[in-house]
Design a protein around this ligand. Sequence first.
Ligand code: HPA
Length: 233
Amino acid sequence: MSIHIGARENDIAKTVLLPGDPMRARYIAENFLENAICYNEVRGMYGFTGIYKGKRVSVQGTGMGIPSISIYVNELITQYGVKNLIRVGTCGSMQEGLNIRDIVLAMSSSTDSAINKLRFNGMDYAPTASFRLLKKAYDIACEKGLNVKVGNVLSSDTFYGDDPDAWRLWAKFGVLAVEMETAGLYTLAAKYGVDALTILTVSDSLVTGHATSSEEREKTFNDMIEIALEVAE
Ligand code: HPA
């Protein structure tokens, strides 16, 4: 057991999918995994391990934001020996050509969080995806004929910011979309020498103001889950 995960060491697979929402972890386990067992209920942050096409895979809710995902990622790597961490989440598009339901593979992550400024004494660090997982995910998404874009995302500390136009500066510099976790995930994966990737589905657009219905969200979420599970090793 670690502080926030009530599992024994071998309960968790070497590859873990990481949705922010613990109910999505349950949805993935129930709909995509065979023989899934629930290994964690601490704080309602469900974790499951099961089998996908013969591969042992886990899925762990992370909560929202860099502090929350960092707790789970830290414990998964240091206490449970996890080697591949694949975040599956939603994002808000910041670019005109990036539409609702499109898939984004986060090659790198910018952030307004101070977490790496504190860690690196005021200097910048560039949180970057595992190229191996990124290439695999890109190839699988293309084979499936999905609309996929690869690039920089913004991991923001605020969902409800004070300046409604703050995203435009990031957009001007080519950042594709905003979410709230990837900078934390990629930095910890680098620190511990393991592989990480974020796969996102566009759920809303800051450019057009459109948002997906819950029905649409479920369908496109399934495409993203399948990519993540195919990438799993
Ligand atoms: N902001 C932050 N995170 C998000 C958003 C957003 O607009 N959409 C989906 N995740």
